[in-house]
Ligand binder design. Structure first.
Ligand SMILES: Nc1nc2c(ncn2[C@@H]2O[C@H](COP(=O)(O)OP(=O)(O)O)[C@@H](O)[C@H]2O)c(=O)[nH]1
Ligand SMILES: [Mg+2]
Length: 292
């Protein structure tokens, strides 16, 4: 996880060079966490744990604090962590949601590419019908990775696209259907209703909810990502988060906050624009890389 090196740069700087682990350092650490996009609440929780554990284990300098902090963060992130789920009754259905520009379509291509390499039969549903360009973009990715895309015309009912994709997937014995959706402002009620409708179609056709409803969040948007997670979480039950653009941030603290605040597992991490730039989220490696 080379990309994660230094995403808590401010914290790293504080712990570099030996110094005593005293109240002053603890305070500075809390501030550095907040500056790295960890929320106040989570940052003070982390520092409180650090203070307590340091006392218990008689750790008194910044070197020890570094290891301890890594342990604490890894522990927080590991809770409830799980890889992408598959249904015993194919096709498994993944619904990809999130605000415009966060990286949904790119992420779908990356996931499809990864699954295909694992030998799975994947079908994409172009249920972002809002703009013709969005359909074209998914289709282009489909061609590149060699995966078929089910599409309708621009402005067609997204739920109808998903319906068709499910039918096609069954007929062709596909393993996984991944549905793109229109990027919507989480404040737009009617657009959010559309998402619910897609969920209902999956429910009706498969007699179960989507196997994954993944919220795509742009790691560079900081606290705004938390509010997106809250809003989307009210509309559809989210099963996981994909954090994109981790290659472009030195403030990866948002990962910790989202996990701690929302209790939604982070499943995948986007680290670039190419089809291979997707990593499974490994809490321990992540925490170790934070200030390696
Ligand atoms: N650097 C970087 N760019 C990304 C990543 N994921 C997506 N992007 C870029 O973000 C932009 C928006 O992506 P797109 O998939 O179209 O977002 P959508 O509107 O949510 O479907 C594109 O230029 C992508 O190449 C990532 O992990 N890292
Ligand atoms: Mg898109």
């Amino acid at each position: 996880m080379r990309f994660f090196k230094g995403i808590l740069q401010k914290v790293d700087q504080l712990l570099t060079g030996r110094r005593p682990l005293d109240e002053e350092l603890l305070e500075e650490l809390e501030e550095a966490l907040v500056q790295s996009d960890v929320s106040f609440r989570t940052a003070s929780q982390i520092v409180e744990k650090l203070r307590e554990e340091a006392r218990n284990r008689r750790i008194s300098d910044s070197d020890g604090a570094r290891t301890l902090l890594q342990e604490i963060i890894a522990g927080m992130l590991a809770e409830g962590n799980a890889p992408l789920g598959f249904s015993p009754e194919p096709p498994s259905v993944y619904l990809i949601v999130g605000v415009n520009g966060t990286g949904k379509t790119t992420t779908i291509a990356k996931i499809a590419h990864r699954l295909k390499k694992q030998g799975k039969r994947v079908l994409l549903a172009a249920a972002d019908t809002f703009r013709a360009a969005a359909i074209d973009q998914l289709e282009l990715w489909g061609q590149r990775i060699g995966v078929e895309v089910i599409k309708h015309r621009e402005r067609a009912d997204p739920a109808a696209v998903v319906f068709d994709a499910l039918q096609a997937a069954r007929a062709r014995k596909m393993d996984v259907v991944i549905a793109d959706t229109a990027g919507r402002l989480h404040t737009k009620v009617n657009l959010m209703e559309e998402l619910k409708k897609i969920g209902r179609i999956v429910d009706r056709e498969l007699a179960r909810p989507p196997d994954e409803t993944l919220l795509v969040l742009d790691a560079t948007t900081g606290q705004n990502a938390v509010s997106q997670a809250e809003q989307f979480g009210k509309v559809v039950p989210l099963t996981g988060i994909v954090l994109t653009k981790m290659d472009g941030t030195a403030r990866g603290g948002i990962v910790i906050t989202i996990k701690d605040d929302m209790h939604i597992p982070i499943k995948l991490v986007g680290v670039g624009e190419k089809m291979d730039d997707l990593e499974e989220f490994d809490p321990k490696a992540f925490a170790e890389g934070l200030f390696a």
